[in-house]
Write a protein that binds this ligand. Structure first.
Ligand code: ASP
Length: 586
């Protein structure tokens, strides 16, 4: 037996027991007479004490220990002279009677403690060392617990966990595919699934009416803090359901997760908001509703007073920042700089302060009288002491910029509290999205999403207004999940492909396997997929999904630890009938 206890286990109750621990040396403190060793494993840290009167070979071994040595220590649990209330094991220490070095270690490139002195790159290169640190171990444990909790809930609801293949044909999720060449079929490629979408629908045709899978998905997209080229979804599908049946099951799953993972109890149903309302009031299809500060359309109110910027704008939107009339010139300039950043993209910002006497002072007083400005304040529900911030321009663009501004101001006001959770369902998304460059419609969700049946007639007259039976699960401004009721009628599916600009031949070639299957009795069905890494990071209180993935890629999609991607040998290329031609470097 290498150990009788873990390094996180011993307490005063264990006093006088002889125990054996094994773990990594986090720190050695040599105080002359005494040597203290912090021994770590993933359960915690226990202090080992080597005393002046300990046998010479133990003192000798202790003197030669280095950071991250793997050691085994046997000794008696004793009460510490100076206790450490911050450590769960801080009341005791182990008086070492036997010390064995199981393996020496090179000095690690950064400190492996709660806080590390290593930079991101270095820690990614030595991810296995970073994973020894408590914050990452807590993240992995949280991820594990969440996965178990999801499985037990869905199992209880009669869902079957079924695996689907990773080497498939392109799936229509809208991102680029990663592809795998086939040696046995030269010149042909598998695509890695962007999601198991088509397979889960085939499982519905096959009669497995409640399916789920915690599954890896692959998308070749530009990376951000909440994106990875391979990520994990909780993928689900159900048959004989309408939208509200799906929302009911997964709202209960979400509540179960909130309760079991972060100890938050929700009374009553989660709010639902139409996509249209989300865009008009929050400028985002994933609104953060932990706080208000919703948009006010003041276009009508502010035009026609000779202020050219407003008069030429398609849309003028205002938000009211409560209590912010005290903002200094410097703070306002900083906000103006913020909205002018290319990522936000506004041309400028107009502000108006509501003063104690109800008078409104604005940055455009030249054009507006007190009556106009008081009407503006009233439209925004602004009280004395509040600050009104206004952006204008092309509508879609301005809504997005105002959304960024709203989040920025909320951040400054401390309204984005990570311990507070505000879930909601966003429903009634548009089915289609017009792409100016391509000159055609794209499916906003994916091509198998059902239109709202009452909107089908609009297909022929105004396809852009057709709404989808699609829904997103949003928490604190993060899209945690999304799904839809699917088309199960092959005629409607054909219509959809037509609107998306597929010829019948192209549709047949790409999705024939699915549309054919639908001719053999497809039940009405629908489903949802949750971004598991995102959900973990949300519950863990971090903005980066990387912290919740054991071996993530960096922002250029590289695994710097194993150095992937990498070139392959000529022999491998030949076997695959591939030739590589790199573009010339600029
Ligand atoms: N396959 C979809 C996605 O990955 C989710 C769904 O419609 O179930 O976003």
């Amino acid at each position: 037996m290498y150990r009788t206890h873990t390094c996180g286990e011993l307490r005063m109750d264990n006093l006088n027991q002889t125990v054996t621990l094994a773990g990594w040396v986090q720190k050695v403190r040599n105080l002359g007479a005494m040597t203290f060793i912090d021994l770590r494993d993933r359960y915690g840290i226990t202090q080992l004490a080597v005393e002046e009167h300990s046998p010479a070979e133990i003192r000798e071994a202790a003197a030669h220990l280095g950071r991250e040595f793997v050691v085994q220590a046997t000794g008696r649990v004793i009460e510490r002279a100076s206790k450490n209330p911050k450590m769960p094991t801080g009341d005791i220490e182990v008086a070492v009677e036997k010390l064995t070095v199981l393996n020496a270690a090179q000095t690690p490139p950064f400190t492996i403690e709660e806080q590390s002195d290593g930079g991101d790159d270095l820690r990614m290169r030595y991810r296995y060392l970073d994973l020894r640190r408590p914050p990452l171990q807590r993240a992995m444990a949280l991820r594990h617990r969440m996965a178990q909790s999801i499985r037990s809930f869905l199992d209880g609801e009669g869902f079957l966990e079924i695996e689907t293949p990773y080497m498939i044909k392109s799936t229509p999720e809208g991102a680029r595919d990663f592809v795998v060449p086939s040696r046995m079929n030269p010149g042909e490629f598998y695509a890695l699934p962007q999601s198991p979408q088509t397979f889960k629908q085939l499982l519905m045709v096959a009669g497995y009416d409640r399916y789920f899978q915690i599954v890896r998905c692959f998308r070749d997209e530009d990376l951000r803090a909440d994106r990875q080229p391979e990520f994990t979804q909780v993928d689900c599908e159900m048959s004989f359901v309408e939208r509200d049946d799906v929302l009911d099951v997964f709202e209960r799953l979400a509540k179960h997760m909130f309760r079991n993972t972060v100890g938050v109890e929700f009374e009553g149903a989660f709010p639902r908001m139409s996509w249209h309302e989300a865009m008009e009031k929050y400028g985002s299809d994933k609104p953060d509703i932990r706080f208000g500060m919703t948009f006010n359309d003041v276009t009508g109110l502010m035009q026609g007073r000779g202020f050219g910027v407003f008069d030429s704008a398609e849309y003028i939107g205002a938000i009211c920042a409560e209590g912010c009339a005290v903002y200094t010139r410097k703070q306002l300039d900083a906000l103006t700089d913020f909205v002018k950043r290319p990522q936000v993209g506004a041309k400028g910002m107009v502000y108006a302060r509501v003063e104690a006497d109800g008078n409104v002072k604005s940055s455009v007083d030249k054009f507006y009288g007190q009556d106009d400005l008081r009407a503006l304040a009233a439209a925004c529900g602004a009280k004395p002491g509040d600050l009104i911030l206004i952006l204008s321009g092309e509508k879609k663009h301005t809504l997005t910029a105002l959304s960024e501004l709203r989040l920025e101001v909320a951040g400054q006001l401390g309204l984005r509290d990570k311990t507070k959770f505000a879930p909601l369902w966003v429903v009634d998304f548009p089915l289609l999205e017009w792409d100016e460059e391509a000159g055609r419609f794209f499916a906003m969700h994916h091509p198998f999403t059902s239109p709202k049946l009452e909107d089908v007639a609009l297909f022929d007259t105004d396809p852009g207004r057709v709404r989808a039976e699609a829904y997103d699960f949003v928490v604190n401004g993060v899209e945690v999940g999304g799904g839809s009721i699917r088309i199960h009628d092959s005629k409607l599916q054909q219509k959809m492909f037509e609107v998306l600009g597929f010829t019948p031949e192209e549709a047949e070639k790409q999705f024939g396997f699915l549309t054919n299957a639908f001719r053999f009795g497809a039940p009405p069905h629908g489903g949802i997929a949750f971004g598991f890494d995102r959900w973990c990071s949300l519950f863990g209180g971090s903005d980066s999904i990387r912290d919740y993935i054991a071996f993530p890629k960096n922002n250029s999609g590289r695994d710097v630890m194993i150095d992937a991607p990498a070139s392959i040998s000529d022999a491998q290329l030949e076997e695959l009938a591939l030739r590589v031609e790199l573009p010339e470097k600029e």
